[in-house]
Design a protein around this ligand. Structure first.
Ligand code: ZN
Ligand code: ZN
Length: 274
């Protein structure tokens, strides 16, 4: 912790009020593991990683990243062959037989272990300090899979107004809040897309999806989304953003509505793929 404080107090060209405040914050409220509350002292280079949120005991190895081989459409992860043979990414059987509304799903993580716990802490226990950290991983995935794609709008999956009031934040929006800033800092250029929170509205209160099979999830989501009155998505390429993709019922229902309204293509970027 002292290293971090010292780094941020260095009187160099990076001296800003923001950094001073951060230095003060690290001194007064040092880092603690979000799971076991142990004090942690992350390296400056680890500030926006899960290592700054969990102690080495709770995060013993690297988090499970989204890696090949996976389905080129729904992003389902295939098991790597035991013999070490190389397997190319390819469409899974389900996607070949029953094409979904989302053209391709990509993720930052696999939805398991510490990632599952981090998502729960972020979403249900309002550990909002995780937002920026998880967003950093999500932006890396965006950079990897969609940076050169022709995207017009990035749409975080909306929450029903009642749920939004109860929770106080939309986790999907918090995961892309700084995307524009991140993009400009990496590419030294303005993005050709914009983040849009007005086009799509959640108009039906849906039941929690946990415990539902794929058909029940689809039924539950039917009629959940509506295009805003003045929104026009004709011919637009849209990237949906959500926290978790399990059966894909949410993203597919949103994509179905967008395609029906004239969108050219809908992809999805999620934090974690189950
Ligand atoms: Zn811990
Ligand atoms: Zn698939």
């Amino acid at each position: 912790m002292f290293t971090v404080f010292k780094d941020y107090c260095r009187a160099d060209s990076f001296w800003t009020i923001k950094r001073l405040l951060f230095a003060f914050q690290t001194l007064v409220f040092p880092f603690h593991c979000l799971k076991c509350k142990t004090y942690i002292d992350p390296d400056r280079s680890e500030l926006w990683t899960l290592s700054a949120c969990f102690c080495p005991k709770c995060l013993p190895s690297d988090p499970p990243l989204f890696t090949s081989p996976f389905c080129l459409v729904c992003g389902r992860l295939f098991e790597s062959p035991m013999d070490g043979d190389f397997v190319e990414n390819h469409p899974c059987e389900t996607c070949l037989v029953n094409p979904s509304s989302v053209s391709r799903v990509r993720a930052a993580f696999q939805y398991q272990g510490i990632v599952k716990e981090a998502v729960a802490l972020f979403k249900y226990q309002s550990k909002l300090c995780l937002a920026r950290v998880l967003e950093t991983y999500l932006f890396d995935a965006f950079d990897r899979f969609f940076a050169t794609a022709a995207i017009d709008y990035i749409l975080p999956i909306p929450l029903h107004p009642q749920k939004m009031r109860r929770r106080g934040f939309n986790q999907s929006f918090l995961l892309v809040r700084n995307f524009k800033k991140n993009y400009e800092s990496v590419y030294k250029n303005k993005p050709c897309w914009r983040i849009d929170t007005n086009t799509l509205a959640r108009v039906k209160k849906t039941l929690p999806q946990t415990g539902f099979d794929i058909h029940q999830r689809k039924d539950n989501l039917k009629g959940a989304f509506l295009l805003a009155k003045k929104a026009n998505v004709t011919g637009k390429n849209i990237l949906l953003v959500d926290d978790v993709y399990t059966t894909g019922a949410t993203c597919n229902e949103a994509a179905r509505v967008l395609l029906k309204s004239g969108a050219a293509r809908v992809d999805a970027l999620v934090l974690a793929r189950a």
